[in-house]
Design a protein around this ligand. Sequence first.
Ligand code: NAD
Length: 276
Amino acid sequence: SKVPPIILNNGIEMPQLGFGVWQVPDDEAEQAVTTALEAGYRSIDTAAVYENEEGTGKAVAASGIAREELFVTTKLWNTDQGYEATLKAFDASLAKLGLDYVDLYLIHWPMPDKDTYIDTYKAFEKILSEGRAKSIGVSNFLPEHLERLIDATSVIPAVNQIELHPHLQQRAAREYHAEQGIATEAWSPLGQGKGLLEVPAIVAIAQKHGRTPAQVVLRWHIQLGNVVIPKSVTPSRIKENIEVFDFELDPEDMAAISALNENRRLGPDPAEFHVA
Ligand code: NAD
């Protein structure tokens, strides 16, 4: 494969780069995922709330790629938190994907005000024990939420998927994850393409290496050890975004990008987000 794996805390391999499908309508997801699989992606990141698990599953089925070579992630939506509701929502996701297991199942948001993520995670542990998810983890958890979860449950999450890009570098979270053996997965790794790819320092590094700004930002993540799941529906960009394993940023390039941190979120604050 084009994409090297990282080893999760349960010994399972996860491709360090995958394909995200947020905001891809269900009827376009099959084509986008098919293009990604043809370009060499083997990891796909969807979620119940994206409403494109069916299109994603169709592309997986039609690809002819052996199931064990693929890494499919989906996520439990906020309205389905709670032990019984989680088990039901998981069945629905599996059915939509047309799979008998997922590689990674994530709690989408902690919603600390609702205080249901512990019960939810206990259902995740049951799903894990049944082999219907090969790994379980969380998304948008702050270190304080992880700490509480780890105290109250038995399986340390394999992954925490958080907003992370050069304008929001999440150093404290990454450090905490590393201490706990939790892999850091970056969502919106390209900063949603909004402005970040025009930042002069990034453009200059791209020119120096004969690469695109998107490739430079993805390569920065890879060298930091983050898992990335860039999204695009444009075939040329889908292909470009996976071609980041045949060049290396110099220490001064890494430092110049690391100097761009502004602790600026594009998405909601996980401490407060609790929409239905
Ligand atoms: P992203 O950072 O991957 O940016 C995607 C956008 O960047 C594209 O829509 C396009 O406009 C632009 N782009 C992509 N490739 C480009 C290229 N090569 N050149 C120029 N522009 C390019 O943003 P995202 O979609 O928000 O995040 C990626 C994935 O992360 C999502 O699809 C989803 O799977 C996941 N995600 C998870 C959460 C969560 O709460 N867990 C939240 C947001 C996103």
